[in-house]
Design a protein around this ligand. Structure first.
Ligand SMILES: Cc1cc2nc3c(=O)[nH]c(=O)nc-3n(C[C@H](O)[C@H](O)[C@H](O)COP(=O)(O)OP(=O)(O)OC[C@H]3O[C@@H](n4cnc5c(N)ncnc54)[C@H](O)[C@@H]3O)c2cc1C
Ligand SMILES: *[C@@H]1O[C@H](CO)[C@@H](O)[C@H](O)[C@H]1NC(C)=O
Ligand SMILES: *[C@@H]1O[C@H](CO)[C@@H](O)[C@H](O)[C@H]1NC(C)=O
Ligand SMILES: *[C@@H]1O[C@H](CO)[C@@H](O)[C@H](O)[C@H]1NC(C)=O
Ligand SMILES: *[C@@H]1O[C@H](CO)[C@@H](O)[C@H](O)[C@H]1NC(C)=O
Ligand SMILES: *[C@@H]1O[C@H](CO)[C@@H](O)[C@H](O)[C@H]1NC(C)=O
Ligand SMILES: *[C@@H]1O[C@H](CO)[C@@H](O)[C@H](O)[C@H]1NC(C)=O
Length: 389
């Protein structure tokens, strides 16, 4: 039995020795990751731990850049996002196959064949880098209105995600900004956190928007009444900060006390402590467009099983993809999923390449040869070796 095992191992070793002489297309890296947010970092971690060579580009425009603290990321609830990313970078830097660049990726060109994907990635210093797989974790960008005070206070008392910032402002006076048709959806998300809610629809309430709302939620008026929500149609001219929740807060109870004055075009004003918004977002990067990836509703269409885009070898992760979720846990999950899938895909390609390059035998011929050398029925042999009988 010991002899049989030794024989099998030596055959396996000689096969792999032969195959090592025939690597797949030579590229600078196995993988290039574009994006240093949680999705790109997670993808880099996943490929680095299985010793894939990878280069990650991060030009440092993060969607949650403006926010004070990151929430609902277990183990890191309340961590400032820059601290979270810095710790991730530090930990991943321990893996010798991980590399970093702070450049912007300007273009990605497919230079592979039908069988094997290869990409050339050009950075903002004009350098080219090649890789067999590309992961896009390039994120979304929020389209905020120009009304003075909205962009300035974004992520600091004005926010779009109740899980991210709602709890710190619980039971305070809440304003909702955005279209009338989105108000009910917002209320369904925040009714457990607030009872004093006013939706400021900014002069958009008219027959057409009411009809649209009616179509989406036939009983919208009743739903709003249930949760004590009123509609205010005045046109907002500015949002002024009266108090800064970064300074006025109770850390023991996790409460932040922001305060805003809303100014209307008719000269009137109102006060709110927190504002929940409904504004659109778009792809942060022009790379998906440049590559002509399938993008629907501003999201890169990906397969949910692999995170693969409409171009084989390019993966879309995090906020940018069509998974239907935009938060840090999803970003990490999807980055990890792409890492696992593409690693195994690279291994498949390597295996295939090693097999076909060996003596020019076809797949089936090689299989037959292997069976002849090793013995046709391997299953009982292994059972024997492992003492399973
Ligand atoms: C105000 C605010 C608060 C939030 N708070 C929370 C929260 O508390 N909890 C939570 O779970 N989620 C929160 N989110 C959502 C969270 O920010 C996103 O889900 C998350 O950042 C998505 O990660 P990502 O990796 O997909 O993209 P991002 O974090 O946006 O990272 C995109 C990366 O791509 C890079 N990049 C893009 N194009 C290029 C290029 N051409 N070359 C080089 N680099 C490029 C950028 O520089 C960046 O590194 C918040 C969002 C906002 C707006
Ligand atoms: C890239 O950015 C990181 C984080 O800000 C920094 O630590 C590093 O020194 C930068 N690298 C280069 C080459 O500038
Ligand atoms: C990058 O590749 C392009 C296309 O092959 C080439 O034109 C360009 O000169 C290369 N740049 C550098 C710096 O090598
Ligand atoms: C309010 O509506 C005006 C147009 O009437 C628009 O310019 C502005 O951006 C909107 N502001 C907000 C906060 O939605
Ligand atoms: C209902 O909302 C109004 C503001 O529209 C507020 O003054 C009042 O306190 C709220 N009622 C409750 C029970 O919270
Ligand atoms: C909402 O405000 C707009 C702009 O001032 C106005 O045209 C519209 O009639 C108002 N709607 C209602 C229901 O008052
Ligand atoms: C793009 O993706 C959508 C959604 O998955 C799909 O319905 C459509 O057929 C795709 N289009 C192309 C050109 O692949």
């Amino acid at each position: 039995m010991a002899i049989k095992l030794a024989g099998l191992l030596s055959i396996a070793l000689s096969l792999s020795g032969l195959a090592l002489a025939n690597p797949n297309p030579k590229t600078d890296y196995d993988v290039i990751v574009v994006g240093g947010g949680p999705s790109g970092l997670s993808a880099l971690s996943g490929v680095s731990r299985v010793r894939r060579t990878a280069l990650l580009f991060d030009d440092k425009h993060y969607r949650n850049g403006p926010t004070r603290n990151m929430h609902d990321v277990i183990g890191n609830d309340g961590t400032p996002p820059d601290e979270f990313r810095a710790l991730a970078r530090k930990q991943i830097s321990e893996y010798p196959t991980a590399s970093w660049s702070n450049q912007t990726v300007m273009s990605i060109t497919s230079i592979g064949t039908d069988k094997v994907s290869v990409f050339r990635v050009a950075d903002s210093e004009g350098r080219n880098h090649t890789a067999r797989k590309v992961v896009l974790g390039t994120g979304l960008r929020d389209l905020l209105p120009d009304t003075p005070g909205v962009k300035e206070n974004w992520g600091k008392g004005i926010w779009w995600c109740p899980w991210c910032d709602g709890y710190e402002h619980r039971d305070q006076r809440l304003g909702i900004f955005g279209p009338l048709a989105d108000v009910v959806g917002s209320v369904l998300e925040v009714n457990t956190q607030y009872s004093d809610i006013i939706a400021y629809v900014n002069g958009t309430q008219n027959e057409a928007t009411e009809a649209e709302t009616e179509k989406r939620r036939p009983d919208w008026k009743k739903q709003l009444a249930v949760w004590n929500v009123t509609i205010d149609n005045r046109t907002i001219s500015a949002v002024k900060r009266l108090q800064d929740g970064a300074k006025v807060q109770n850390q023991a109870t996790h409460q932040q006390f922001d305060k805003f004055q809303l100014e209307f075009t008719n000269g009137e004003t109102a006060e709110r402590d927190a504002i929940f918004t409904n504004y659109p977002s778009v792809q942060a990067s022009n790379l998906p467009g440049q590559l002509h990836l399938n993008v629907t509703n501003e999201k890169i269409v990906v397969s949910s099983s692999s995170m693969m885009t409409s171009i084989a070898g390019i993966y879309g992760v995090g906020d940018a993809n069509s998974d239907g979720s935009s938060n840090v846990p999803h970003a990490m999950f999807s980055g990890k999923k792409a890492a696992v899938y593409l690693h195994v895909q690279l291994s498949r390609e390597d295996t295939e390449s090693k097999i076909s390059k060996r003596t020019g035998l076809s797949h089936t011929e090689l299989e037959e040869e292997a069976n002849r050398v090793i013995g046709r029925n391997l299953e009982p042999f292994w059972d024997d070796v492992m003492g399973r009988r």
